[in-house]
Design a protein around this ligand. Structure first.
Ligand SMILES: Cc1cc2nc3c(=O)[nH]c(=O)nc-3n(C[C@H](O)[C@H](O)[C@H](O)COP(=O)(O)OP(=O)(O)OC[C@H]3O[C@@H](n4cnc5c(N)ncnc54)[C@H](O)[C@@H]3O)c2cc1C
Length: 283
């Protein structure tokens, strides 16, 4: 590794001030689980890292006006064990238990899990299905971005180089039921070939409306609007299968080490229907 400067600001404002809109070698570092791997592999050589670890204002989990608000440097393990999170959106708790291992979850943070923008990651599709948004702090103030609009491409976000994710907000779910399924084609802890997150408003087994998001098989996590339309008003299993067919037809899939695009198309068909069934059966 080449030498670099490490800054350890105590406030969000100070941290934003240390970033540089024009210099991609100046980067924030939170848990460091992704960034350190990139540095060790030599694909990222920073001139300065701005550590977010000493910023106390970014670590709370609270319910504000019925919405779950999570500070960006909250470790994933804290999110996983939070009673407030489990009560508000139990699908987050369930998804986190499948995210890597406890050593990674102890260190990796919510902000890093969103800003890293690897399409194989577990939280983005879940948070998009739940209608979550992030509050982003820049030099001239804060702005709010739906998680659905955060990803610009493969490992790319819409964040400016001098902006930081400050918090995540998950709105009240008002009785919606959600599920997240992923298909790993090799070892269970390997990166998935496909992730599917769904959230449904339903009356018993009859779906009023659904959010359906796929990830890992696509460049960025994506909502499947034709599948959502097909799922809306579904009252039987045949309709759930039709939603799976619609998702398979509309998804723009990539081939990679986890499988070919043709193979993933069949996974989408099966897993979207399966995730809808799981959500209908969820508490
Ligand atoms: C062995 C291993 C297995 C893994 N398995 C999984 C898995 O199964 N599922 C899964 O979803 N993920 C998995 N991951 C990825 C892991 O979730 C990410 O590495 C982690 O979430 C990144 O968080 P971090 O706090 O460590 O980020 P860092 O490594 O510190 O930063 C990552 C990126 O985000 C930026 N960043 C960090 N915080 C902010 C912020 N607040 N605002 C703006 N930019 C910010 C950094 O500049 C950097 O570009 C795995 C990682 C490892 C090392």
């Amino acid at each position: 590794m080449t030498p670099f400067e490490l800054a350890e600001p105590k406030t969000l404002k100070e941290a934003v001030g240390l970033l540089d809109a024009d210099d991609p070698t100046v980067r924030p570092i939170a848990g460091g689980t992704a960034l350190m791997l990139m540095m060790k592999a030599g694909v990222f050589r920073p001139s300065k890292l701005v550590s977010l670890r000493a910023i106390k204002e970014l670590t709370s989990i609270e319910i504000v006006k019925g919405e779950l608000t999570v500070g960006a440097t909250t470790p994933l393990a804290v999110l996983e064990h939070s009673e407030a999170v489990r009560m508000h959106a139990p699908v987050i708790t369930r998804a986190l238990r499948t995210l890597s291992n406890i050593r990674v979850r102890n260190v990796a943070t919510v902000g890093g899990a969103l800003a890293h923008a690897d399409p194989h990651m577990d939280l983005p599709p879940v948070l998009i299905a739940l209608g979550a948004r992030v509050v982003v702090q820049g030099r001239s103030g804060a702005r709010t971005i739906p998680v659905a609009d955060l990803f610009a491409g493969y490992f790319e976000t819409v964040l400016a180089k001098d902006e930081l994710i400050a918090s995540l907000i998950v709105p009240a779910q008002d009785g919606r039921r959600a599920a997240y399924l992923k298909c790993t084609t090799r070892a269970v802890h390997d990166w998935p070939a496909l992730g599917v997150a769904v959230s449904v408003a339903a009356d018993g087994k009859a779906i009023k409306n659904a959010s359906i998001v796929i990830s890992a098989a696509t460049e960025t996590p994506m909502r499947m609007s034709a599948a959502e339309k097909a799922a809306s008003g579904a009252t039987d299993d045949a309709a759930l299968r039709r939603a799976g067919d619609a998702a398979a037809a509309e998804a723009e899939l990539i081939s990679d080490g986890q499988g070919s695009a043709a193979y993933k198309k069949e996974l989408v068909r099966v897993y979207v229907a399966r995730a809808l069934r799981a959500a209908l059966g969820a508490a």
